[in-house]
Design a protein around this ligand. Structure first.
Ligand SMILES: [Mg+2]
Length: 205
């Protein structure tokens, strides 16, 4: 499931001392579209590379967690998704903002499972975050989740993250009760990252 560009910098799994910021993909890192199936459709949102650079400088790992139900619905070939993610990783690395890993859920929406299985892979399930934590020795209690939909924030809360934040750069407006479902709402990733950094250094080393 992980298509991370490089895991070289990660501490050995099991140390569980490393903090991460989990980032949603569409509407948070890149412009949201109906279906992104080609590298040329990847458009990084303004300020994203700088925000990631700042998080990395503060010691956070950067892990993308994205729902990609188009795969289970037969609308997106996994090889195409891999090419898109390689392009995203390459583009950010070229901007000095490499990603540590990308996790995706191919699973279809399932309201019943989302209500009864908080650890489901698909957000609002916490499965991708839990898997990343296990595979990369991440400390969830010191980590943050940032996305553009309430289900992103819920996934962060279910995973036990220190904070779950929302940004307004997605296509869909946030629902009226979004403020109750997140620990903060910001205009864009830069704003959310300023909040993360204001909380102090990620604990651990
Ligand atoms: Mg999104």
């Amino acid at each position: 499931m992980s298509t991370g560009p490089s895991h070289d910098a990660l501490d050995p799994a099991g140390s569980r001392r490393v903090a991460a910021v989990f980032l949603d993909r569409d509407g948070t890192l890149i412009e949201e579209r109906e279906l992104i199936e080609r590298p040329d459709q990847v458009v990084i949102l303004p300020g994203v590379a700088g925000a990631i650079r700042a998080l990395r400088a503060a010691g956070y790992r950067i892990v993308v967690v994205t729902n990609q139900s188009a795969i289970s619905r037969g609308r997106l070939d996994p090889d195409r998704l891999e090419a898109v993610h390689r392009a995203l990783g390459d583009a950010l690395r070229a901007l000095g903002a490499p990603l540590d890993a990308i996790y995706f859920s191919p699973d279809p929406p399932d309201p019943d499972a989302e209500a009864t299985k908080p650890s489901a892979r698909r957000k609002p399930g916490a499965g991708m975050l839990l898997q990343a934590a296990a595979e990369h020795g991440l400390c969830l209690e010191r980590s943050f989740m940032i996305g553009d939909q309430p289900r992103d924030a819920l996934a962060g809360r279910r995973a036990g993250c220190r904070g779950s934040l929302l940004v307004r750069t997605g296509r869909a407006p946030l629902p009226a009760d979004a403020a109750e479902r997140a620990d903060g709402i910001f205009d864009d990733l830069s704003g959310a990252v300023r909040f993360v950094l204001a909380q102090g250094e990620p604990a651990g080393d």
